[in-house]
Unconditional design. Structure first.
Length: 59
């Protein structure tokens, strides 16, 4: 996953493909020529009660 920071609104946008035209989803500025950076992927851990709920529904 790649990330670009908009030079106009300073918000981040994400994409898996940097080879196409890249438009800021917030202010519509063309970010095609802005350098893409790898984004940090964070895995959120689900609370144990969610797993118990899913398991109880599938039983």
């Amino acid at each position: 996953m790649l990330r670009k920071t908009c030079t106009r609104c300073d918000k981040r946008s994400f994409s898996s493909d940097a080879s196409n035209r890249w438009i800021c989803p917030y202010c519509q500025k063309d970010l095609t020529h802005v350098l893409a950076e790898p984004s940090e992927m964070r895995c959120r851990r689900w609370p144990l009660r969610v797993f118990k709920l899913i398991r109880s529904r599938n039983s």
